[in-house]
Design a protein around this ligand. Sequence first.
Ligand code: GLY
Length: 341
Amino acid sequence: MGESGSLIEVVLDLPDGRSCPVLVGDGASASLAELIPARAQRVAIVTQANIGVEVDPGREHRVFTIGDGEQFKTMSTVEALCSQFAEWGLTRTDCVVGLGGGLVTDVAGFAASVFHRGLPVVHVATSLLAQIDAAIGGKTGVNLPEGKNLVGAFWQPAGVLCDTALLETLPPREWRCGLGELAKYHWLGGGRLDELPLDERVARCVQIKAEVVASDERESGRRALLNYGHTLAHALEIAGDHDLRHGEAVAIGLVFAARLARAMGRIDDEAVAEHRRVVAGYDLPLEPPPGLDPEELLALMGRDKKVLDAGLTFVLDGPDGLEVVAGVDPVLVRSTLEETS
Ligand code: GLY
């Protein structure tokens, strides 16, 4: 972690000499032109109408607007973008910019990964969630009717800008969503992030994520730890008739994972209490909304896997910190769910 003017610079070092600089701080988006590869003559800026942020990539550019909401995170949005890029004459040596939250950076990154078989992308992350998670690490993708993020690519950005001034106008609910992911970093080595000034807090999360991604870019092992709290969270997001957003579901998933780890004898009551304290400290929900069917949640959690048929898989705390634990007993998961729902 270093300094670049008044900004904090974190560099994500990747195999084969690749790297991704991430600039964090008030006004970081003004550095966009510096991160666009020099040979790019045109820049396609992908954003949403409600983002309301203008950036200057320092060369010819056009703005392409996608819809707001998960229903627009689809192959047809990517296809429409690629058609518009083609109509404009964007080439493989040009550049895409994703200007927005996690949905925009996921979609813009995926379009960049497939158009002309791949052209550079730079992200200007405008939400807390995108700055500390979604825009960092090169995961891109869209949803299918069969599930979230089922189609995508690992496509590392040429750089990421986390302009913390943009967070000042973030709607409160969006801010809370980011806090769910922020809480997760407490158990990934982040410690008392709430005590840090905003720029340092964002940069610390970026640094932790960069270290994890550098060690396991394509999630063959350690990167899965970044999914702490996400097994139940993904099920909660699909199940029932409620209004939980991703970060809120992650917060509930963190406390649930702690209770499950306690039930498995991996951690003690104090560690569970610490999970509750940290999540409550961010004013996030601790328990699933009432009335959800544990059987449905179990079935959804069983589907939430990317690798092999390893049964129910959770990231769980334990004596040596977080670990991916496969084959967790569904009876125990169900009884832990019933205690909390
Ligand atoms: N959001 C988890 C990851 O990027 O691996």
